[in-house]
Design a protein around this ligand. Structure first.
Ligand code: ISL
Ligand code: CA
Length: 564
């Protein structure tokens, strides 16, 4: 069995603070709200909380635009509240991972305020400034991730600065050793406070290729794609190894890098067992299968064989070399039950099936707040229901400059927009889902009267209880965290079937067979011979056969695990 680690055996729960729990009635979730709900999380059984940003921020991108890395935004509370949260979580043996957003700062960060003052300011080179082209236009053709050019002209010093995201999120210049010193000092400060790890925002984009060349342009695109010159840039691994040497290796942490565009080959470098960078990365191949010409604003859906191929490639390629992160959802993705399951008749079955399918794979599972209740997308009918800067900007650029129709754009936003995951947590069937006594910053999903925590925590048949069981099983049987993965029936269009094997399991079963029906049809399946007579470990239908049959019929969204 490979080297054991707490972060390989634990389950991570992501909290998006502004949508989790509001303790003071201003409509925005906060740190004291999280403190109130720690017993709920302990009951669920998770081991680690990842907190999306709670730092001082103008909130242009909901806190991913930070103006003080060592301050708490007043809307979320105070440093005293944070210290109490950390202590109370630790008392419950729950670890706290914080979000590290250091590809960019807010334009209100003191470093940027200094930087834009003059070309010879000591902080000028903390950011990426360039002269205009002779005709006054931007230094290159890159488009920002949030629409428009990736360059903002600053009249005062007559140069442009780079922002891969919003203009209020200027990119830091990691080639400047003073930037690295400042970031590493700040990280060290949080480590000394006692936090247990970092989730690193767009960390694959911190090193930009010299010369910042024009990027390739897709047909019909207004801007060029910065990808080839920004994602996995020339020094990204040097900088992460330096970070590891100077900070990470000195503490007992878990680290996960958000690395859009990452391949399994690159992941083995970012998160290899002996590469001294990070513990895991978030990969985007599953999501990228639903993009067209580099744009997520489409109707494209992934097929089950494609989905299986992506997961299986990661499971197989990283085996013995690096560690996987397992996630369906986060604050940037739509709800998984809406995306891959059913919001209708099979809502509960499909939410449980998706949980089982993910949690039985090899890697560290992430549960995004509300996923454990089967929360769904919220459907909007007009743009003013939208809060996310990405969706709002994309709507304007695509309808006003690219001829996309209003109805099409709304349909794309409803399918893939980030607000889907950001509606308030559904605590109960009381007003505003029990999230706030005031007016929430974003409307609650009207289905809260049916889907909410109060209705689920004590119901043994709920989605919540199913997650609780999956999380508990992981701690009981080493084959779940450590068994080797093998895909069966790779071309099957309805079933996802795989095995996990741990020949030298110190306790519990040595092999699991996982069968998940991703369709609304009943599907007959002949189980592999070696599982005949194997016992049932868990299933999402009450009357799934307790002993594996030679041939079984899997009902809509039925999922089962047999063990021997
Ligand atoms: O959500 C996306 C779909 O277009 C991604 O491109 C996303 O912006 C990207 O994964 C980076 O995400 C992270 O950095 C952003 C922030 O807005 C996201 O919330 C964060 O997860 C900028 O800090
Ligand atoms: Ca509040």
């Amino acid at each position: 069995m490979e080297h054991r680690a707490w972060w390989k055996e634990g389950v991570i729960y992501q909290i998006y603070p502004r949508s989790f729990m509001d303790s003071n009635g201003d409509g925005i979730g906060d740190i004291n709200g999280i403190r109130q709900k720690l017993p709920y999380l302990k009951d669920l059984g998770i081991d680690i909380i990842w907190l999306s940003p709670f730092y001082t921020s103008p909130q242009v991108d909901n806190g991913y635009d930070i103006s003080d890395y060592q301050g708490i935004d007043p809307m979320f509370g105070t440093m005293t509240d944070f210290d109490a949260l950390l202590a109370e979580a630790h008392a419950l043996h729950i670890k706290i991972v914080i979000d590290l957003v250091v590809n960019h700062t807010s334009d209100q960060h003191p470093w940027f305020i200094e930087s834009r003052k003059s070309t010879d300011n000591p902080y000028r080179d903390f950011y990426i400034w360039r002269d205009p082209k002779p005709d006054g236009s931007a230094p290159n053709n890159w488009g920002s991730c949030f629409s428009g050019s990736a360059w903002q002209y600053d009249k005062h010093t007559r140069q442009y600065y780079l922002h891969l995201f919003a203009p209020q999120q200027p990119d830091l210049n990691w080639d400047n050793p003073n930037v690295r010193d400042a970031v590493f000092d700040m990280m060290d400060w949080w480590c000394r406070k006692g936090i247990d790890g970092f989730r690193m925002d767009v960390i694959s984009m911190i090193s930009k290729a010299p010369g910042l060349p024009d990027g390739p342009k897709e047909p019909g695109a207004i801007y060029g794609n910065y990808g080839p010159y920004v994602v996995h840039g020339p020094h990204v691994h040097d900088y992460l190894m330096e970070m590891n040497r100077r900070v990470l290796s000195r503490y007992d942490l878990v680290t996960v890098g958000e690395t859009s565009g990452v391949t399994t080959e690159q992941a083995k470098q970012y998160a290899g067992f002996d590469t001294h960078e990070l513990n895991m990365v978030f990969q985007f191949e599953r999501t990228d299968c639903e993009s067209e010409n580099g744009s997520k604003w489409t109707d494209k859906r992934i097929s089950l064989p494609e989905l299986k191929a992506v997961f299986s490639r990661w499971q197989t390629e990283l085996e013995g070399k690096a560690w996987n992160s397992l996630y369906w959802e986060n604050h940037d993705q739509p709800r998984s039950v809406s995306r891959y399951g059913s919001e209708g008749a099979y809502w509960k079955e499909s939410a449980k099936m998706l949980a089982l399918c993910l949690h039985m794979q090899k890697g560290t599972p992430y549960v995004y707040q509300g996923e454990e209740l089967g929360m769904t997308n919220r459907h909007i009918t007009s743009l003013d229901e939208c809060r996310d800067v990405e969706s709002i900007n994309a709507y304007h650029e695509m309808t006003e400059k690219q001829g996309v129709h209003h109805e099409d754009m709304l349909r794309y936003i409803n399918r893939i927009g980030r607000d889907n995951a950001r509606t308030p947590f559904q605590w109960s069937d009381e007003a505003q889902a029990g999230f706030t006594t005031g007016t929430p910053w974003i409307a609650v999903n009207p289905n809260y009267t049916r889907i909410n925590a109060a209705a689920q925590v004590s119901d043994p048949d709920s989605v919540f209880s199913f997650y609780k069981t999956l999380i508990a099983l992981r701690k009981q049987y080493p084959v779940i965290p450590y068994g080797q993965y093998e895909l069966l029936e790779k071309d099957h269009k309805e079933l996802y079937v795989y095995t996990r094997t741990l020949a030298d399991a110190p306790n519990g079963p040595k092999q699991l067979l996982i069968i998940c029906n991703f369709s609304e049809q009943a599907v007959p399946y002949a189980l592999p011979q070696q599982f005949s007579g194997a016992g049932l470990l868990i299933a999402n239908y009450a009357d799934t056969a307790q002993t594996a049959q030679a041939e079984q019929c899997f009902r809509p969204y039925e999922a089962a695990v047999y063990m021997h």
